[in-house]
Write a protein that binds this ligand. Structure first.
Ligand code: PLP
Length: 463
């Protein structure tokens, strides 16, 4: 043992999704021994059918050749500017051209004028969450974050790395967080002596809650955060994984009020997760001392340059290619990029929801499931009060039915579990984003998974 006394260090609890993937090989073996096929309704990864990079790599190579030609470089001995930039130390803000292009394309999609100087590159939305927390952790006061119950496990994991940070959570109904409770929790956290910088949420395709907030609720939330003087940290990985008709799509908070919002864009779901290209965007102004204010984007930039140094220039070069059409003109919109992925997710969502309806529709007194307008998940609830979706239940689902599903209880912050010890213990997060097969076989596999799940649900509920 190293001779280091580190009494204040804590071991972070292991998340349920990590525990699940650790125990999966053993459970998978058990299921195979019983002759069961494994059904994936648990993983939150993008589908392999939409993350084959080969077409993208060909497009990137052609785009770079085009840039090189535009530079007028025919001499193979001359290093093109694009290559020089991609392999050098870069600016903490990343390549300026890519930022400006992204600002135009994203701004066009959400009817807002983005200031490229307020776009800070981050390593995925994960990096954006971390950056936002890092900025406010510098405060002299202990920090409390407001979030939903349930909320994204990655946010809880990062927020609670700081031992002095607390989480105050807000229960949700079918439209979003309960406004009265949102206001109460901000006030309570302040009464308990905390500085409350933001409310963290995922308004579109909520992970894990499996729905998107209504337009009316977004307005109510905005009024509360404005009147209470806190920001919204808007995590938006599923903004384009959107199943609503174009006219019905809700606007993200950043489009409703960029001064009240720290918005996290990530290319992980619309593009590829590997390169982790992402941007934090905010026009918020903070008053940081008497008579002194600062832009949040500026504070984030200073923090980022100390924290993560520089974004990977080669990854941003690839992202720049993604922002251009096959004829190398600048895209007007990211929706056509999303549409390639949406075809798969839309189909999968339909298989899941229509399967639930066909096989469990007659038992709406026993089961409830969300019908997500975006994202990868539906939350499935056992209404009888007799089924407990704990770790043993989850293991039995794999061992007895070959079904991989994720329990919900771990997504409830500690205060939500203190309010209700059974929070989430009647729910599962069912994902429809991932399978190992493609095309017709993917459809068949998912339909079979859904059917097996419905059979299992009826069996465990005693129907
Ligand atoms: C709500 C939410 N935030 C963040 C992430 C991670 O995003 P990234 O891959 O960009 O780090 C995910 C991915 O699963 C997510 O569901």
């Amino acid at each position: 043992m190293a001779n280091l006394n580190a009494p204040d260090l804590r071991r972070q609890p292991v998340s349920v999704t990590r525990k699940m993937s650790a125990s999966l090989p053993r459970l998978r073996k058990l299921a195979h021994e019983r002759g069961l096929k494994i059904h994936h309704l648990g993983a939150g990864y993008p589908h392999p059918e939409v993350t084959d990079p080969r077409d993208f790599l060909a497009h990137e190579a052609a785009y770079l050749a085009h840039l090189r030609a535009a530079e007028g470089l025919n001499d193979p001995d001359v290093l093109p500017e694009q290559q020089r930039e991609a392999f050098s130390y870069g600016d903490t803000l990343g390549p300026q051209k890519t930022r400006e292009t992204f600002a135009r394309v994203y701004g066009n999609d959400w009817s807002l004028e983005l200031d490229p100087e307020c776009l800070v590159p981050t390593v995925g939305a994960t990096g954006g969450i971390s950056l936002a927390c890092s900025v406010f952790e510098q405060s002299a006061s202990p920090v409390a974050y407001i979030t939903d119950a349930p909320t994204y496990a990655g946010f809880m994991a990062r927020a609670t790395l700081n031992q002095r940070a607390a989480i105050y959570s807000v229960e949700m109904d079918a439209e979003g967080p309960r406004p009265d409770m949102l206001a109460r929790q901000i006030e309570q956290a302040r009464a308990d002596g905390y500085f409350v910088p933001f409310y963290y949420t995922i308004p579109d395709g909520h992970n894990p809650a499996g729905f998107s907030f209504s337009g009316a609720r977004r307005q109510e939330i905005l009024e509360i955060v404005r009147s209470h003087g806190i920001l919204i940290l808007e995590d938006a990985p599923y903004l384009y994984i959107n199943f609503a008709e174009p006219a019905e799509r809700q606007k993200p908070f950043v489009a409703l009020d960029p001064k009240q919002t720290i918005h996290l864009f990530t290319g992980s779901k619309i593009g590829f997760p590997g390169p982790r290209v992402a941007y934090l965007y905010s026009e918020a102004e903070l008053s940081i001392a008497e008579d002194e204010s600062a832009r949040f984007a500026e504070l984030a930039l200073v923090q980022a340059s100390a924290d993560i140094l520089f974004p990977n220039p080669a990854a941003y070069q690839g992202f720049d290619a993604l922002l251009h059409e096959s004829d190398f003109s600048e895209r007007k919109s990211l929706w056509p990029v999303a549409e390639e992925k949406l075809q798969i997710y839309r189909e999968n969502r339909e298989i899941l929801i229509s399967g639930f309806e066909a096989e469990l529709g007659a038992h709406k007194d026993a089961f409830h499931w969300t019908e997500p307008d975006g994202g990868f998940f539906s939350v499935f609830t056992f209404l009888s009060g007799k089924v407990r979706t704990d770790d043993e239940f989850i293991n039995d689902m794999v061992a007895n039915f070959g079904l991989v599903v994720i329990p919900m209880y771990d997504f409830y912050p500690p205060d939500a579990r203190a309010r209700n010890v059974d929070a989430g213990f009647d729910q599962l997060r069912i994902s429809f984003c991932f399978s190992e097969s493609r095309g017709e076989q993917r459809r068949k596999d998912l339909a079979e998974a859904v059917s097996t799940f419905c059979r299992a649900a009826k069996e465990v509920a005693g129907l």
